[in-house]
Ligand binder design. Structure first.
Ligand code: NDP
Ligand code: GDR
Length: 371
């Protein structure tokens, strides 16, 4: 029997990779997309199937995690075997500007889905995956962080996700729903949103190397993150819903790296060696050498600067996950290491901006001033 999955957040980074994975496994996939004034399905357009054809296995529904009647109706219509709740206002820094909206979508949104399962009497049929996060650990209590490490959230985003974490556990215990939290550490890819630090860096490296951008402004260069590849992490989401009994899992690589080091690695991909000088808000990154004939950049040029506007009111300094449980119980193992991830991301952005440069050189586009 063909399984049916419903994905909230299908237009996001993880939604796109998960859709690909589930379609490859023969699933019928339904996704919830928000109405926006511009097309927002870029990441899944290659998976689009004309609904007029027969045998269509990917269907999109308009909806929003803030609208419970809409969620109930979609779930009633789709009758999913599995729900993957990936929809969220997912930017930690932005959550300080939009805390109430974040609580509504990321916290209460999860409750709305769980209640929909209950209202529709689907407790025994529908399994649900909740996109929990390493941001729950926040202020460091112990490292590496595992399923038993206490939480200490440090942003409106993390506090909202903390509510979602516990309401998922509560509905599992109270109503016997197969409901699980995947506590995923940072995961990236060429599909990563442009304002998360890794993608901001790889885009800037490509543009600086091509003379399309002067400098990269960043916030806290000392933060340490356990970065993996989104492709590996959506495999874990799927596995979490295929077990005999529901429980929660940490998904991480177990390796942590500073933002500054990620910058160095990304520039190294285009043959540019960068060295940092100065401290705190005065820290700058300079070109030490460039051995790539395709990219002309002067030695000594300042290519990285700190801008305090990217600092967060409360920061998460150190994340390093302990994936022992997921390795032993799920048999999950990441295929990518950080070097492979950086290589893929920079290469993709170089291709992207080579196209933009051709247009720019021929006068068809102007430089984007709003990045
Ligand atoms: P993205 O920001 O790329 O995608 C978020 C998705 O949620 C988008 O499809 C977005 O739609 C949708 N969305 C936002 N608000 C709403 C809403 N009110 N109702 C319905 N949908 C909404 O995130 P990722 O793919 O990176 O992450 C997926 C999930 O995993 C998120 O919940 C995130 O918080 C969580 N997470 C991510 C980690 C990571 O490192 N990537 C680590 C741990 C957890 P639109 O395209 O219209 O904006
Ligand atoms: P994070 O990811 O907050 O960990 O949340 P992000 O890439 O935004 O920040 C990582 C670290 O880099 C520092 N940083 C900067 N961050 C951004 N965005 N822009 C900058 O210019 C910059 N300079 C330094 C940050 O301060 C931070 O320490 C991501 C999201 O995907 C969440 O949804 C998810 O839950 C967590 O990962 C796990």
């Amino acid at each position: 029997m063909k399984k049916v999955a419903l994905i909230t957040g299908i237009t996001g980074q993880d939604g796109a990779y998960l859709t690909e994975l589930l379609l490859s496994k023969g699933y019928e996939v339904h996704g919830i997309k928000r109405r926006s004034s511009l097309f927002n399905t870029d990441r899944i357009d290659h998976l689009y199937q004309d609904p007029h054809e027969t045998g269509v296995r990917l269907t999109l529904h308009y909806g929003d995690l803030s609208d419970s009647t809409n969620l109930i109706r979609i779930i009633q219509q789709v009758q999913p075997d599995e729900i993957y709740n990936l929809g969220a206002m997912s930017h930690v820094k932005v959550s300080f500007d939009t805390p109430e909206y974040t609580a509504n979508a990321d916290g209460i949104g999860t409750l709305r889905l769980l209640e929909a399962i209950r209202i529709l009497g689907l407790e025994k049929k529908t399994k649900i995956y909740q996109a929990s996060t390493s941001e729950l650990y926040g202020l460091v209590q112990a490292v590496p962080q595992s399923e038993t490490t206490p939480f200490y959230p440090r942003s409106p985003y993390a506090v909202a996700k903390m509510y979602a974490y516990w309401i998922t556990v509560n509905y599992r215990e109270a109503y016997g729903i197969y409901a699980c939290n995947g506590i995923l550490f940072n995961h990236e890819s060429p599909l990563r949103g442009e304002t998360f630090v890794t993608r901001k860096i790889t885009r800037a490296v490509a543009k600086i190397a091509m003379g399309l951008q002067d400098k990269l402004y960043l916030g806290n260069l000392d933060a340490q993150r356990d970065w993996g590849h989104a492709k590996d992490y959506v495999e874990a989401m799927y596995l979490i819903l295929q077990q005999d009994a529901p429980t929660d899992y940490v998904i991480a690589t177990g390796v942590t790296t500073r933002v500054r080091e990620f910058v160095r690695m990304a520039f190294a991909e285009v043959g540019i060696v960068v060295e940092f000088k100065g401290e705190g808000a005065q820290e700058r990154g300079y070109v030490v050498s460039c051995n790539n004939a395709d990219f002309q950049i002067e030695v000594g040029k300042e290519v990285v600067a700190v801008d305090e506007k990217y600092f967060r009111p409360t920061e998460v300094d150190l994340l390093i996950g302990d994936p022992t449980k997921s390795k032993t119980k799920l048999g999950w193992e990441p295929k990518y290491d950080l070097k492979g991830l950086v290589t893929e991301m920079v290469a993709a952005d170089v291709v992207l901006f080579q196209k933009e440069k051709i247009l720019l050189d021929s006068g068809y586009v102007i430089k984007n001033q709003f990045e």
